[in-house]
Design a protein around this ligand. Structure first.
Ligand code: SF4
Length: 299
């Protein structure tokens, strides 16, 4: 269905939000009110969608996220199916809070564990919850000891923008191979916290200068809104035959550009019961609007 409408044949990675529920309620979370919603994939539906994407679009990797994927009871089942049955590369994106026992259980099937942080120490804990920074660092150490490759992610906001270079150095010493930086977009909880937004683009220049001066060994990746050239104005998905990613929310709503995630701009849905993708166009959908992909660059 996606190819018939857009011409896109190949989609490299599926981001699969297994559930909305999370053990945190972060000040910037793009899910906002939906963190309380019960929508979730069953293990069977998750298996079906991964298999469909592989068959129809040659998808070779899955990133499991939420909400918090480690509170999803069938996580081990889904991870094993993705890795052992489909042969997908498996990444899990987690807040890293008290995940030890479950991580040990699935470690051999995980190619990359990406832990989200929102700053150093108290900066992180004020946005997330008390003790969450220490817990995340413990999980990083555990993952390293289990032989899992580790990445990290941070959404840049007014409170943590001055700490990015120091955090990158700390993560480097812990064996984290990549830090991915995202721009905070005013959706979900962040729409209610405008004081968290970085309003002066010059602050991003200062952050980039600090990163360059710090001579880091860790790979720091910036989404293009944080980069020197800024984002492209528009690039319709229909202009390409291959895209890097598609994301399913826990209801089955599909989003191709992460600039559209959280904005309800879906053109396609995964119908969980019928196990197929359907096209539900609207004047607000990402295909009609030509919402561009986020392109990443290295600091
Ligand atoms: S940002 Fe991540 S950890 Fe925080 S509430 Fe949202 S899903 Fe949970």
């Amino acid at each position: 269905m996606i190819e018939a409408v857009t011409g896109i044949r190949r989609i490299r990675m599926l981001y699969l939000q297994l559930l909305y529920r999370c053990n945190f309620n972060c000040g910037h979370c793009f899910h906002g009110e939906r963190l309380k919603h019960a929508d979730a994939f069953t293990a069977e539906q998750a298996r079906n969608l991964m298999r469909l994407m592989q068959r129809q679009h040659g998808t070779e990797a899955v990133t499991l996220l939420g909400g918090e994927p480690f509170v999803y009871k069938d996580l081990a089942h889904v991870v094993r199916y993705a890795k052992c049955t489909l042969g997908l590369a498996v990444e899990i994106c987690t807040n890293g809070y008290r995940i030890g026992p479950r991580l040990r259980e699935i470690a051999p099937c995980v190619d990359l564990l990406r832990i989200s942080l929102e700053g150093i120490g108290n900066t992180n804990d004020l946005i997330r919850r008390a003790g969450s920074y220490a817990a995340a660092l413990e999980s990083i150490t555990l993952a390293r000891n289990l032989g899992i490759q580790i990445g990290a992610t941070l959404t840049v906001n007014r409170y943590n923008i001055g700490e990015v270079a120091d955090l990158a150095r700390t993560l480097e010493t812990l064996g984290v191979s990549q830090l991915k930086l995202h721009q905070l977009r005013p959706v979900g909880n962040a729409a209610l916290r405008p004081e968290m937004l970085v309003t002066d683009p010059a602050d991003y220049s200062v952050m980039r200068d600090q990163l360059q001066r710090t001579a880091l060994g860790i790979d720091v990746v910036l989404d293009e809104d944080l980069s020197e050239d800024g984002a492209r104005a528009c690039a319709a998905p229909s202009a390409r035959h291959e895209i890097d990613r598609i994301e399913s929310d826990p209801r089955g709503a599909l989003t191709m550009s992460c600039k559209a995630v959280g904005k309800d701009s879906h053109a396609f849905w995964y119908d969980k019961d019928a196990d197929c993708i359907v096209h539900l166009p609207s004047s607000n959908d990402e295909v009609m609007l030509g919402i561009p992909d986020v392109v990443y660059s290295h600091a």
